[in-house]
Design a protein around this ligand. Structure first.
Ligand code: F3S
Length: 754
């Protein structure tokens, strides 16, 4: 079943030679792969100038958009308001986040289909209407489905999920974004990104023994830490890189998100060609072979990386030992030989309760076979797995093929439970028995993240991250202090037995197979498709356009909250139980700023309603102001809105009638999100003015009638004692962004174009 768009790939490859040549001349030196792809995807077409890495904002034209079900809802609700008849670039929706793991694949999927019917029906019909490929619940996890079907060397895509970089395993620049950005690209607009800096990771040697591709990124995370990749694209080069399977490369790129990297990628090679052929894309491989030098960094960059990358790391794969990272953060990397000692020293619970393999990070056929080779040894050597053991295949294609090849039976033989092809425990969709008791315990996963509470909601679950084969060996041993490279286990007969290193098969010898991949092709003409959203729904709500600016300065605004200290998008729009309202703006607005700390009382979710004089919860107080027709402002500290790119954190205050967010500084993506939703995002020219804001203040924001690029605004804070302060406010709006403010939102302007 060919679901990819061959014509689009042909057109990218047709323009690549000329654009790369032009870029090489302008940049004046050999090019890395990331540069070749970025310069090929400039919105302006042929590059007119060399962009400064880490400095210049650049408009790009991505080839594709992918969305997972939790984020697709708001992205598509926004897209619907643009009046576009169809998406401008090939796009897909993947139902993977809303399936809860409880007993096993079949039952869990059935329950999810019932519970989420309304959301799935909406996503299916909206996809059908606007020409979007739709992958049903059970079809697989977004990134595995993308690498199996859509990723292609030299391409550029954005996805509404932070692990979108997984597609870098097939040589693509693939970047995680918020739904508003996806909406722009689907509407045919440019997508802006600061030209990333580059880290080159040179891989030499060859993996052996228990070491796997996962250990490369676990090692990189240990060296660079969770912040080390921020603003960078990580490019893997060298002979060691070419020796890794395409899906192994995908694992490494996937977890680049854990070091904050913009994305990660590998150059095109024989492994990628083999994977493309095995997944029904021989034509893509042959097109890529035709321009293969353009799909790799120039040789000078590999030979002398220090001259072309901003930072270089070297890893000798021959000496790489397996890593176990954690607990509570993915950059705490322990070599296998030192891990048992660390467990004892830190008094982490030694008994291992559950081993979980799969997720978008590690659920390829190769991963399954390597883990199964360990499980098969346990079965044949009469060892019973001591910990619980679960498997989440990344896609129906992998699951079906693994079942056909007896791999799932092997897992069953040691007590493994196969869960639905979905995110499940990786995103906290895990009805783990007893988690509510909050007991200290340990789990180990082949996932990518291990923050407190992420998997099961229990803050005392110590989660460690490793390769699927190490996870399987640990689950068999039931202990965190087991070292499969040297320790023995006692089998049912009382004998001491040892596990041999894993043996994997990169691609299925009988080929991939699947009966029903779970794909719904959109109608050619979707104009008659009705999109079903019940006005009574508590999970979905059509969006009304935000009101345009009234054309005057804003006066008589009240203070909703002056947030103290860290205020991330989680403080502004909490996740967890609120995930289910991601498609209903009014309902999710009931979490507005409930995590922010009020400077006036040091408490979360308790602010003064100046109209009644009483204290109440933030959303309720804001609703009272809205009902009375009184606008408000929110005041914040440094880096306001850091964290995820979810646009709900900008849409909620806008929806409830907040007029301006005034802070010491913004996290960039959140600032852009606020601007896109027609909100005023302003900063104190003098950060000390933050201290002048008092709980009972009333504000005027002046200068809006002459609002212009580079010209500060003025805020007058009227204090309760009759005194007042005039405060200068800076902003970063350019002329077109001022247009968004005036129109009420960027979407209103897009809609007006139709
Ligand atoms: Fe899903 Fe976990 Fe990946 S939530 S998309 S499996 S990181």
């Amino acid at each position: 079943m060919a679901v990819f768009d061959l014509d689009m790939i042909k057109s990218v490859y047709a323009r690549m030679p000329e654009r790369v040549e032009a870029a090489r001349k302008i940049v004046g030196k050999p090019l890395t792969l990331a540069e070749k792809i970025l310069y090929t995807h400039l919105w302006e077409g042929t590059p007119g100038k060399a962009y400064s890495r880490g400095v210049d904002y650049v408009d790009f034209a991505p080839d594709r958009v992918a969305m997972q079900d939790a984020t697709a809802q708001m992205a598509l609700l926004q897209f619907m308001t643009t009046g576009r008849p169809k998406v401008a670039v090939p796009s897909t929706v993947h139902c993977d986040h809303l399936i809860q793991a409880k007993v096993g694949a079949v039952d869990d999927l059935k329950i999810a289909n019932e519970k989420n019917k309304e959301v799935y029906d909406f996503l299916s019909s909206v996809s059908n209407k606007y020409g979007i490929g739709f992958w049903k619940a059970g079809a697989g996890i977004i990134h595995q489905v993308v690498i199996e079907n859509y990723a292609f060397p030299g391409g550029m895509m954005i996805g509404t999920d932070s692990h979108t970089p997984n597609a870098g395993g097939l040589g693509m620049v693939a970047i995680g974004v918020g739904g508003a950005d996806a909406c722009d690209v689907m509407s045919g607009l440019a997508w802006e990104l600061k030209m990333p800096k580059l880290i080159g990771v040179k891989l030499t040697g060859k993996l052996k023994g228990w070491a796997s591709a996962k250990d490369v990124i676990l090692e990189v995370a240990g060296r660079l830490t969770v912040k080390g990749g921020t603003g960078y694209i990580v490019e893997y080069i060298g002979k060691g890189a070419d020796a890794l399977s395409a899906t192994g490369k995908g694992t490494i790129c996937n977890m680049g998100a854990e070091i904050g990297a913009t994305t990660s990628l590998f150059g095109y090679d024989r492994k990628m060609a083999a994977y493309l052929k095995a997944t029904g894309r021989a034509r893509v491989a042959s097109l890529a072979n035709g321009i293969k030098d353009l799909l790799r960094p120039d040789q000078e960059c590999i030979d002398n990386p220090e001259a072309y990358y901003d930072q270089v790391i070297e890893i000798n794969l021959s000496r790489l030992e397996p890593r176990i990272n954690g607990p509570f953060t993915p950059d705490l990397a322990w070599p296998l030989s030192k891990f048992a000692k660390a467990v004892k020293k830190n008094k982490w619970p030694e008994k291992l309760d559950v081993g979980l393999i799969g997720s978008c990070t590690n659920s390829s056929y190769e991963d399954m076979t390597r883990a199964a080779s360990i499980a098969a040894q346990a079965a044949s050597k009469h060892i019973v797995a001591k910990a619980e053991f679960t498997i989440t295949p990344g896609s129906e294609q992998v699951r079906y093929t693994a079942e056909r090849d007896g791999i799932l039976d092997t897992f069953n033989s040691i007590g493994g439970v196969v869960l639905a092809n979905a995110c499940g425990p990786c995103i906290g969709q895990w009805a783990r028995h007893g988690a509510e008791k909050g007991e200290r315990n340990s789990i180990i996963t082949s996932f990518n993240r291990n923050f407190a509470k992420r998997a099961d909601g229990n803050p005392n679950t110590h989660a460690f991250v490793a390769s699927p084969e190490i996870v399987t060996a640990f689950a068999i041993a039931g202990s965190l202090t087991f070292n499969p490279a040297k320790d023995t286990l006692t089998n049912e007969k009382g004998e001491q037995v040892k596990l041999d290193p894993p043996l994997g098969v990169e691609l299925p010898p009988l080929g991939f197979d699947v009966k029903d991949a779970g794909y719904q092709k959109p109608k050619k003409d979707g104009s008659n498709v009705k999109v079903a959203v019940s006005p009574k729904s508590d999970r979905l709500q059509l969006l009304d356009p935000f009101k345009a600016w009234e054309g005057t300065d804003l006066t008589g605004l009240k203070l909703l909250i002056k947030a103290k200290g860290k205020c991330t998008t989680d403080h502004i729009s909490m996740a967890g139980p609120w995930l289910k309202y991601r498609g209903h703006l009014d309902n999710i607005s009931n979490n507005l700023l409930i995590g922010a700390i009020n400077f006036a009382n040091g408490t979360a979710n308790k602010v003064k309603n100046q109209l009644s004089g009483e204290y109440g919860e933030v959303p309720a107080v804001q609703r009272a102001y809205k009902a009375a027709g009184v606008g408000t402002i929110v005041v914040g500290d440094e880096n306001y809105g850091e964290g995820s790119s979810r646009e709900h954190a900008a849409m909620e205050p806008r929806h409830l009638g907040v007029r301006a967010i005034v802070v010491r500084s913004f996290a960039r993506i959140h600032e852009t999100n606020l601007k896109k939703q027609g909100m005023l995002a302003l900063t104190f020219a003098d950060p000390a003015d933050y201290d002048k804001i008092q709980e009972n203040d009333t504000f005027d924001i002046l200068g809006l009638t002459t609002f212009a690029e580079g010209v500060p605004l003025t805020m007058v804070a009227h204090h309760a004692d009759g005194s007042k302060d005039e405060i200068k406010l800076n902003h970063t709006y350019n002329t077109s962004q001022i247009g968004w403010f005036k129109a009420g939102s960027a979407l209103n302007l897009i809609a007006a174009e139709v």
